[in-house]
Every structure is written in C-alpha cells, then in structure tokens.
Design a protein around this ligand. Structure first.
Ligand code: SF4
Length: 378
C-alpha cells in the first residue's frame, strides 16, 4: 500500500506564519498542471507494485485548481497507477475558494475528502494571520461542502495565538464541532524565521510563543476533543471513529509515498528524495523531460530516530519489534534506566511491544523522543 502526494504551489496571499513552498502569481498554473501530469507518468514505476490507497492534493492551495485541471490529473493517475478500492482522495482547500459550483466540480472529479484550512473562526485572528477569508466564509464553506455531497471533512485550527484568551480558543473548537467536522487537525502556532511573524519577533514587534500558554490551550484541546468523542490518533490529529486520515497514517507507519510537484518529497522504502523547491526550475526540468530532485541519504541512525519521533506522536506508539526486525535496535536495552524513570513519572508505558505516551507525555513528546534517540559512534 502506498500514498500519492501532489504539491500545488500557488496561493492568493501569503499567510504570516507560513513557510511552505508557493508563489502568489497564478500565471503558470496551466503549465504546472501539465508538468505535474508529465511527472506522474515519468514516476509511475517509483512505487513498484504497491497499490495507491491515498491521494493527497496539498500545497499551496489546491482549491485554486479548476475542474479541467483536476480532470487532467485524475485521468493520468487512473491510467498510470494501480488504485485500491475505496482510495481516499483529499484536497486541501481554503474557505474562500469553496463556492457551491467549485465543490460540485471537486466532488465530480473524485475528491472524497476535504481538508479545510479554517485556522480560526475569529475575524481578528484571521486578519492578524493574513488569512484571505472570514469566519463566516469558513462556516459557509462547510455548509456548501455538505450540500455538494462531502461526508468526510477535516478542519485545520491553530492554537497559542498571542493576545488570544482561552474563550476564543474554546469557541473555535466548539464551532468546528458544531459544524460536524469528522476530523480536526490542530497545530500550535510556530514562528519560522523567514516568515512575516519570524521577522516581527526578531524586531520585537510581537512576542515569542509562550510555552505555558500553549500547554494550557493544548489541554483545552485534549479535554474538548475527548468530551465530544474525537479520538486523538496523533498528537495534532483527532478523528471521529473511522475517520482517521489514511494519508497521515501512511507517513507515520513508514509506508511508501510518491510526491509529485515542486518541493514534494518521496520515499520508496529504500531512499528518500526531494523535488526542487522552485517553480521555474521544476518547470524547466520537466520541459526537458528531467525531474529536478536530490536524493536524501538517511543513515540507519537517522531512520531509527525519525521513526521514534513520528511513531511516539501516534496512539499506536513506537513498535519495539519493528525497531528490532528492521534495524536491529533494542530500544529497551539501550535506554533501560531512562525508560524506567519516565514510566515511573507516568509519561510513557509499554503495551503489546509498543512504547506509548500518556497524556502528560504527549505534552513533552519531542523532548522524550529525542532523549530516546540512538547514536552510533563514528
Ligand atoms: S494558504 Fe496555506 S500554503 Fe498558502 S500561505 Fe496560507 S498557510 Fe501557507
């Protein structure tokens, strides 16, 4: 089983926190779709014989695609790849693009899951983050999506927004629940150096993220999700029963994926590669029948540590068996004293040969994972 990721590198506006790869000029969108179709054909052997069970349009803003773009891309995918039955096809969307007509087009072309970048329903927050839409537009987008037939919708929300009090965060969560989102992804605001927020923090025009405040909002998130029946299957991802994202899970479970488009990453079980994060270079390469990418070589240590970091964030935890079978690493032996200590502190437990974080442990997930990393001597 494998996943397919398509990067659509266009946005109407740059959100102040975002450091993803995109351009605000939409001039080359047709050319980009043609290049993506060409790359899909050129890469059709990358996943070997594995069937594709999840397709994900990410970005950027894939909801800027028109029906004829999607039609072209889906046609190539159906022709070149072996699709599993019930393939999950997700499209990331911004609320302001989701008109009834556009949603019907998406649905008709095989999109069966939407991931809507709401971030907040509060207009002040949205304006401050330089989002393109209002809270009401996000609510309308959800209603329009239901009307068009979508039964699997995820909402993205951001917490730890400075100047916000807890009542705004609670009201954002309640609104997402009231709208019946099957899935909620919620990320702590992070300040990346090259973004507008990064520059504001550097110049002292805005505060750093307050860790205690972020932890309080995370606890509100956990309590609310738990109260309304959402399962926290990954630290930042919550789903109603049966609505976990197959796409997300494939990354955390060390499965193969093929990334198409500028800046997209791929992994085929043996090595990882990254396409060039530059639209002009990507388009030029494809026009010459070349895919501009670099191979990322991961040492055994890198692979093990990456697995520990991602798996500990999930409800399934870190498989001690997988580490032994695949990498010859006995994590219990290597970190016996430390594991005893953190299990006495009620941060982690072992069940069915898996290490799993408790709720208290989840608050310290990255630190606990890095303490469990392995280091080989050079
Ligand atoms: S719409 Fe999404 S990808 Fe584009 S700038 Fe905003 S957060 Fe980044």
């Amino acid at each position: 089983m494998a996943g397919l990721y398509l990067h659509i590198p266009f946005c109407k506006k740059a959100c102040h926190y975002c450091d993803f790869h995109f351009t605000q000029s939409l001039k080359q969108i047709d050319e980009m779709v043609d290049a993506i179709c060409k790359e899909l054909t050129m890469q059709s052997e990358f996943l070997g014989r594995d069937s594709v069970y999840t397709i994900y349009f990410g970005g950027g803003t894939p909801s800027l695609l028109e029906g004829h773009h999607l039609k072209k891309i889906m046609k190539v995918i159906q022709y070149e790849y072996d699709l599993a039955t019930n393939v999950e096809v997700t499209l990331e969307a911004n609320p302001d693009d989701l008109t009834p007509e556009k949603l019907q087009t998406f649905y008709r072309h095989g999109i069966n899951r939407l991931s809507i970048g709401v971030q907040s329903f509060n207009d002040e927050n949205l304006k401050w983050m330089n989002r393109q839409h209002s809270g009401q537009e996000a609510i309308d987008a959800m209603h329009n999506a239901r009307q068009a037939g979508f039964e699997n919708i995820s909402i993205d929300l951001i917490y730890a927004i400075p100047y916000e009090d807890h009542s705004v965060w609670k009201s954002d969560l309640k609104q997402a629940i009231r709208l019946g989102a099957e899935h909620i992804s919620s990320y702590c605001l992070t300040i990346e150096p090259k973004t507008a927020f990064g520059k504001w923090v550097e110049k002292g025009h805005m505060p750093e993220i307050d860790e205690d405040f972020a932890a309080e909002q995370f606890e509100i998130l956990l309590d609310t999700m738990n109260k309304y029946g959402y399962d926290q299957y990954e630290i930042s991802n919550f789903a109603q029963p049966g609505y976990e994202s197959k796409h997300n899970s494939s990354y955390w479970k060390d499965e193969k994926y093929l990334g198409i488009g500028p800046s997209a990453h791929s992994y085929n079980g043996r090595f990882r590669k990254a396409n060039v994060a530059n639209n002009a270079k990507y388009l030029k390469g494809l026009s010459e029948n070349q895919i501009p990418f670099e191979v990322i070589t991961l040492s055994k240590e890198d692979q093990v540590n990456e697995y520990i970091l991602t798996s500990l964030r999930t409800k399934w935890g870190c498989s001690l068996d997988l580490l032994k079978q695949k990498y010859g690493v006995d994590l219990l032996m290597q970190h016996r004293d430390y594991l005893n200590k953190i299990s006495l502190q009620d941060l982690i437990y072992e069940e069915d040969e898996h290490l799993i974080l408790t709720n208290a442990g989840k608050l310290l997930a990255d630190k606990l994972a890095s303490d469990l990393f392995i280091y080989t001597e050079d």
